[in-house]
Write a protein that binds this ligand. Sequence first.
Ligand code: SAM
Length: 288
Amino acid sequence: MTDGVDGYHKAFYYSRLWDQVERFGHKCLEHPNDLWIYQELVGRIRPDAIVETGTAFGGTALYLAHLADILGKGHVYSIDNDPQPNLPSHDRVSYITASSTDPSVFATVEEATGGGTALVILDSLPTRDHVLKELLLWSNLVILDSYLIVEDTNINGHPVFTDREVEQGPGPFEATQEFLALDDRFEPDPACEKFLMTLNPDGYLKRVGQRWLPHDYTTPSRTMPATTRNESTAAPAMVTRWRIRGSPGAASPIAACWVARLSQISTSPTVHRCRQVSSTPTAGAPCG
Ligand SMILES: C[S@@+](CC[C@H](N)C(=O)[O-])C[C@H]1O[C@@H](n2cnc3c(N)ncnc32)[C@H](O)[C@@H]1O
């Protein structure tokens, strides 16, 4: 069975059929199976906010907005540092022109969501370091039972390889593995891979664990309410206290640097509905 699924996966990927999927005339760079899983998750989670990093042509943002229309609730925040022109316009979509690893963008979206339920889809630059930074940042918006979706975990041999030089080598799959080793709040949900073929193998991460906050560690017996959220920042000192699955240890340098940066979130670019806005880059040395 795996051979057949991988064969179809390779045929779909290498013939660039993902570049021919559309929503109302706007490209969604996805596989239809994954778009179907998205609607299942949106219907189940009923998110107040859906975050998509990597807008490209905006077709997926529009699709997500249409799902929110059906639900009668929810807003899409789609972030891209270099989006395509002529993005679809929709009242439920805010386009943010910025890097998806800019903590000030996270702060802005977090404030806009007002502590509601968020579904996060990471689909920007598919390199390990970039996606790990995104995971460390955006995971903090996802509450219990919601999802943090890592796209393009199929590249670097899982089972396909990209022909884009800058995206070769360790990618989203490897970033996800490192993230999962650091953060036991999330687990891949195999139910999201029930159609066998997905561009995101092991990339549907369900929030299953409680929050991690300094007082969780200093007073471990204290149970925090799972349905409220105020956990976007983390003290740098906490980096080495992250529970490493299997054996205790320190976070990787990128993880350590980024968790430290999250504690510096302060500035907030303005987000305008259905308009493209730019954010001011956050000051400070880049991590990795
Ligand atoms: C695979 S496409 C996104 C596809 C889109 N999510 C969809 O479903 O149609 C990747 C996008 O990520 C954007 N990107 C690359 N690096 C980025 C960064 N550092 N921050 C934000 N977006 C980035 C690119 O400009 C590109 O439009």
